[in-house]
Design a protein around this ligand. Structure first.
Ligand code: PLP
Length: 425
């Protein structure tokens, strides 16, 4: 029966049975992912119950957004889920970069220094910090930056970090996910160790975590192990594929209040900012997020298993523990990378009939190919892939809001390569 449905949508029996063979070896890993989703679902539900989310919370406000009960309750729900004093969860935060920039610009003052103890931060933060000279950067406001590289094996350079911390060090930024780098993604436990070490040297330094792509991949979050401030995007994990826009900050009251007066205005802070029609999607999105993230995690592991069996280098591999939803597959071949992205695109519910083309992108030194047929434009919690057209010709793959869809998407990449004669099973 199942075969017939796959056949109808273009997956051969050969590809399906190859996929099933890989899956049969992943049973225990999938059970572990389901267990994490189960616990996180309860954690989220408890936050809803504890904050007495009611039907009227789902309705938004317009204009100034004074007395926006639904918005304020949503922020209380986020603070409960992440065990923090306060939260800022807003549609007016336009994306992850904006949320991170807001956190930095509001908690740093001229003369302060920002430290990244985990090497280079995400590309777009280079403009925010002023590593790449940019209009409006922290550097323009006299905020300096220092960076400590990771050691061999992506270990923290504790000696280097100790030496880098000085009397001006005000905030330490720790990126959990590898993003588009080749380093590993840090586990919450590792982040906890790093924060403990940093606090032992300078107790009052603000430890911030860029949590993009990490939410609900583990039982604990960085705020459970000492982070003062944690930041992410609602069109990634915590939006559950439903949030149409937005970003969040959770953490110490002081840090969140700084961000609120910077997002709106001194004197106004969290009191303004109409939620318009976003609240239902925000609530339902975070409610669904634990199982959506579990689908994305299964997809990432399934892709790793398939492509490592075919001899490609996959990061992480199918046995390693997971701390974000990103999967990299290095093809070392332009045509295979393109075929992979074509397979993802044609598996999408939206724009399945378009073919992705490599093109020049601002800020990249080579062409980039991107595949995303998403309900929310550019939402990478939905099935999506991209990769720069240069060695190692790696596809970065993530998302998928249901497991059957991600499974089909991965099988479809393989089918596309076989149809083009690039791979034989
Ligand atoms: C996606 C991402 C960002 C930036 O988010 P945008 O929404 O793309 O601006 C920052 N850091 C990491 C680790 C990310 O994955």
């Amino acid at each position: 029966m199942t075969k017939a449905f796959y056949n109808e949508i273009g997956i051969s029996e050969e590809v399906l049975s190859f996929g099933e063979k890989c899956l049969s070896e992943l049973k225990e890993r999938f059970e572990e992912i389901d267990r994490i989703a189960e616990c996180n679902q309860l954690k989220v539900l408890k936050a809803f119950k504890d904050n007495q989310v009611s039907e009227s919370c789902l309705w938004g406000t317009t204009g100034y957004g004074y007395n926006d009960f639904g918005r304020d309750t949503l922020e209380a729900v986020y603070a409960s889920i992440f065990h923090t004093e306060d939260a800022l969860v807003r549609a007016q935060i336009t994306c992850g970069t904006h949320a991170l920039a807001l956190a930095l610009m509001s908690n740093l003052r001229p003369g302060d220094e920002l430290l990244s103890p985990v090497g280079k931060p995400y590309d777009t933060l280079e403009n925010v910090i002023g590593i790449r000279p940019s209009r409006g950067s922290l550097a323009e406001y006299g905020i300096t930056y220092s960076q400590v590289e990771l050691l061999e094996g992506d270990k923290f350079d504790y000696e280097g970090i100790k030496n880098a911390i000085n009397e001006r060090t005000k905030l330490v930024t720790i990126q959990r996910s590898k993003g588009y780098q080749t380093r590993k993604t840090f586990s919450v436990a590792e982040i906890g160790e790093l924060i403990t070490f940093i606090k032992s040297i300078k107790p009052d330094v603000i430890c911030m975590v860029d949590n993009c792509y990490g939410e609900f991949t583990e039982l604990l979050e960085p705020t459970d192990v000492g982070a003062d401030l944690m930041v992410g995007s609602l069109i990634k994990n915590p939006g559950g594929g439903l949030a149409p826009i937005g970003g969040y900050l959770v953490g110490k009251h002081e840090c969140i209040e700084n961000a609120a007066v910077r997002l709106t205005s001194p004197g106004l802070g969290k009191e303004v900012g109409a939620s318009l029609d976003t609240l239902r999607a925000f609530y339902q999105g975070i409610f669904l997020s634990p199982t959506v993230v579990s689908a994305a995690l299964k997809g990432a592991i399934f892709a790793a298993s398939i492509y490592e069996k075919l001899g490609f280098e996959v990061v992480p591999n199918s046995n390693e523990s997971r701390h974000d939803i990103i999967q990299a597959v290095a093809f070392h071949d332009k045509e295979k990378l393109i075929a992979f992205c074509e397979g993802i695109q044609s598996a999408a519910p939206i724009d399945s009939y378009v073919r992705p083309e490599p093109s020049d992108m601002p800020g990249y030194d080579s062409q980039v190919i991107m595949a995303a047929g998403t309900f929310v434009s550019g939402a990478s919690i939905e099935l999506s892939a991209d990769g720069p057209l240069r060695e190692p010709y790696a596809a970065y793959f993530q998302g998928g809001i249901t497991w059957p869809h991600v499974k089909f998407g991965i099988l479809n990449t393989l089918q596309t390569m076989i149809n083009k004669g690039l791979i034989k099973l």
